[in-house]
Design a protein around this ligand. Structure first.
Ligand SMILES: Cc1ncc(COP(=O)(O)O)c(C=O)c1O
Length: 305
C-alpha cells in the first residue's frame, strides 16, 4: 500500500487546495496530544457523494460536542468535497474530512488553540474483498466496551473514541477474525469498530438502541430501506445470547456498506435473503442521483428509527 503521506493528488487544508504531500500540521497540536479531533468518512459513487449534507452536519455536531466550532459552514465543506473529486477526477472514492484543535495553546485547556480543518479524497472501491462478502466476515466479541454516555462524548465521531476500536480490532485480527464486535458498558451488543450491527430474528430486523455509540447514516438508511421493503425494524437492547436466535447478521457503515457476518465467536450464520435484499437496495440507493433515491427528501434523523 502506498503510504498516505506520499501520494499524488490535492488536499484541502484550512481554506487552500494544496499538493497532497504538503498537507502537514505541526507536531505540537492539541488534537494530536489530547485527541481533540473529529472526523467523517464519506463515499462517492459515480462521482456523487452519498448523503453529503448529513455527513457535514454530523461533523459540525461532533465538533460542538467537543466544545469547538468548525470555521467553515456545512455548505462550504460540501463545495470543497465536490471540488476535490473534480480536481482529482475521482468517481468512486472515500472522502475524509477532519477538524482538530491546533497549536495556539498547549495543555488540557484549549480555548485559544485554534482549529484546523482538512478534507482529503482518494480512490477506494471496496472495504472488504468479494470472497469475504460472499461467506460473511467474522467478528470476535471484544473485551473493550463502548463507554457510558456520562464517561465519554459518545455521540461525537471523535478520534478519542477509536482508541479502543484499534485495540479491539487488533485483538480480533490476532485471533484470525475480520473485526471486533463491541458490547456496551452494560454488556449489551453495541457495534463493530466502524459499523453498526443488525440481527435478523424471525424475519424482523433487530438492532441495538444507539444510546452510547454512533447512530450511523448507513444504519438510518438501511432502516428506511427495510421499511420500504415492508420489513419490521425493532430497536432494542440485545444481549450476546440473542445471537443464538439470529438467522442472519450484518454490519453496515459508509465504508463497510451492508456486509454479511458469517461468524461471531462460536455462533455461525449463513448470509441469506434479507441481508442480500438490503445490500442490493443499499447499493442501488447510493448510486442513484439524489432525486431518484428511494429515501430522497427524507430526513434520516427526523423520525424515530
Ligand atoms: C464506530 C462507528 N460506528 C458506526 C459507523 C457507521 O456510521 P456511518 O453509517 O454514518 O458511516 C461508523 C462509521 O462512520 C463508525 O466509525
Amino acid at each position: 500500500m502506498i503510504p498516505f503521506d506520499n501520494r499524488d493528488g490535492t488536499i484541502w487544508l484550512n481554506g487552500q487546495f494544496i499538493p497532497w504531500r504538503d498537507a502537514k500540521t505541526h507536531t505540537i497540536a492539541h488534537g494530536l496530544h489530547y485527541a481533540s479531533l473529529v472526523f467523517e468518512g464519506e463515499r462517492a459513487y459515480n462521482g456523487r457523494i452519498f448523503r453529503l449534507q448529513e455527513h457535514h452536519e454530523r461533523l459540525h455536531r461532533s465538533a460542538e460536542i467537543l466544545d469547538f466550532q468548525i470555521p467553515y459552514s456545512v455548505q462550504e465543506l460540501n463545495d470543497v468535497a465536490r471540488e476535490l473529486l473534480k480536481r482529482q477526477d475521482l468517481k468512486d472514492a472515500y472522502i475524509r474530512p477532519a477538524a482538530w484543535r491546533g497549536s495556539g495553546q498547549m495543555g488540557v485547556s484549549a480555548h485559544n488553540a485554534g482549529v484546523n480543518t482538512v478534507i482529503a479524497a482518494w480512490q477506494w472501491p471496496s472495504y472488504f474483498s468479494p470472497e469475504l462478502l460472499e461467506k460473511g466476515i467474522s467478528l470476535k466479541i471484544s473485551q473493550w466496551r463502548r463507554p457510558a454516555p456520562d464517561t465519554a462524548p459518545v455521540h461525537s465521531k471523535a478520534a478519542g473514541l477509536y482508541m479502543i476500536c484499534t485495540l479491539a480490532k487488533h485483538q480480533a485480527e490476532a485471533h484470525g477474525f475480520t473485526d471486533a464486535l463491541m458490547l456496551d458498558w452494560r454488556g449489551y451488543l453495541a457495534e463493530a469498530t466502524g459499523a453498526n450491527i443488525f440481527l435478523v430474528i424471525n424475519g424482523k430486523l433487530h438492532t441495538p438502541i444507539p444510546d452510547c455509540f454512533l447512530d450511523g447514516i448507513t444504519r438510518r438508511t438501511v432502516i428506511g430501506l427495510a421499511r420500504l421493503q415492508g420489513r419490521e425494524v425493532v430497536e432494542e437492547r440485545l444481549a450476546p445470547d440473542d445471537l443464538a436466535r439470529a438467522s442472519e447478521v450484518f454490519i453496515c457503515g459508509t465504508a463497510a456498506e451492508v456486509t454479511p457476518v458469517g461468524k461471531i465467536d462460536d455462533y455461525n450464520f449463513t448470509p441469506g435473503e434479507v441481508t442480500r435484499a438490503l445490500a442490493e437496495a443499499y447499493s442501488r440507493e447510493v448510486r442513484l442521483p439524489e432525486q431518484e433515491q428511494a429515501l430522497f427528501g427524507q430526513n434520516l434523523y427526523g423520525v424515530a428509527a
